[in-house]
Design a protein around this ligand. Structure first.
Ligand SMILES: C[S@@+](CC[C@H](N)C(=O)[O-])C[C@H]1O[C@@H](n2cnc3c(N)ncnc32)[C@H](O)[C@@H]1O
Length: 296
């Protein structure tokens, strides 16, 4: 029995048992109570370390943290013009609100007559990371393709017993930043940062030994053709029987036929009160697959 899920369901039961006219007042009261609790409850040891890592990284990376000063990304053609690139790991909502970067008023004239900005995050949030590694812990070698800030690697180090945790990142500046965090937080025993293209020979060797390969939408904003060549190269080099986690990638943006290489194993009917429930809640933008035996 997962205590957190039981609590969520108990809460929803209470909420739905209320008369409709009382629900709004109750929800506002819960919101106010939760807001003050969030500020007063101490984070867990893992959350505390992730917060410290984000604090360290923010010293060099300005809000909203979507890009390094000289970094070039490619806005997908079907994306809104106003979309803002952010980094949820470095600048979660509560931290972003404390900065001069405004998501809800004009930073120049302070006008309130504005639209909310659409945001796209280039990293996983701290909550997603915590839920992810509560769900998936049983692997020896993990690879994050396009590891960027390295947040997935740090969370894996804090929350799992994986023997090798490898980030492959094409941007050398991000690799230096990750290396600094790894040294500073003493994580070099199990984390390795590989500064290379995922299509390099070195990367292929790493992919072929991974038990879990994570791709948090690595190519849509960073490669031509939604990363068709990258996807093909990765999928051809993965170990049969290993697992692949795809996060925040819509089906229409996957430039290959996944079924040629993978079989989906995302829990379809998650256990309502059990840990699997995360797949329809916090991890609803996540899909997990098993790599098929090669046919040729
Ligand atoms: C959306 S970010 C993912 C960040 C990180 N995995 C996370 O979830 O927090 C994608 C990253 O992939 C990197 N990338 C793009 N193409 C790559 C390639 N061919 N080889 C290695 N890294 C690549 C980009 O530089 C970028 O930092």
């Amino acid at each position: 029995m997962n205590e957190l899920n039981s609590a969520k369901f108990a809460f929803l039961d209470i909420y739905h048992e209320l008369k409709p006219e009382n629900r709004c007042r109750f929800a506002r009261w819960v919101g106010g109570f939760a807001e003050s609790e969030i500020d007063s409850l101490p984070p867990t040891q893992t959350e505390e370390t992730l917060i410290q890592i984000a604090d360290t990284l923010r010293m060099d990376i300005e809000p909203p943290g979507g890009k390094l000063p000289n970094e070039i990304t490619r806005k997908p053609e079907d994306e809104e013009d106003e979309v803002v690139e952010v980094d949820e790991f470095l600048y979660p909502d509560n931290v972003l609100k404390e900065t001069d970067f405004s998501t809800s008023e004009c930073a120049v004239c302070k006008s309130k007559n504005i639209n909310d900005l659409e945001m796209v995050s280039h990293s996983m949030s701290q909550d997603e990371l915590t839920v992810l590694f509560e769900e998936i812990k049983d692997f020896d070698v993990m690879v994050d393709i396009g590891s960027r800030t390295g947040c997935i690697l740090y969370a894996a180090h804090l929350m799992t017993k994986a023997k090798e945790i490898i980030g492959i990142e094409i941007d050398d500046e991000w690799c230096k930043i990750q290396d600094n965090v790894v040294q500073k937080f003493g994580m070099q025993d199990r984390i390795k940062i590989v500064s290379d293209d995922v299509k390099s020979e070195k990367s292929k060797k790493i992919l072929s030994k991974a038990d879990l390969t994570i791709m948090n939408n690595p190519f849509q904003w960073f490669s031509k053709d939604n990363g068709k060549q990258d996807f093909e190269c990765i999928l051809k080099n993965l170990k049969a029987g290993s697992r692949v986690l795809l996060c925040h990638i819509e089906e229409k943006d996957i430039p290959v036929t996944l079924g040629d290489y993978l079989v989906e194993t995302t829990p379809e009917n998650p256990v309502v009160n059990g840990p699997d429930h995360a797949w329809i809640d916090e991890l609803k933008a996540y899909r997990i697959f098993k790599v098929l035996e090669k046919t040729n």
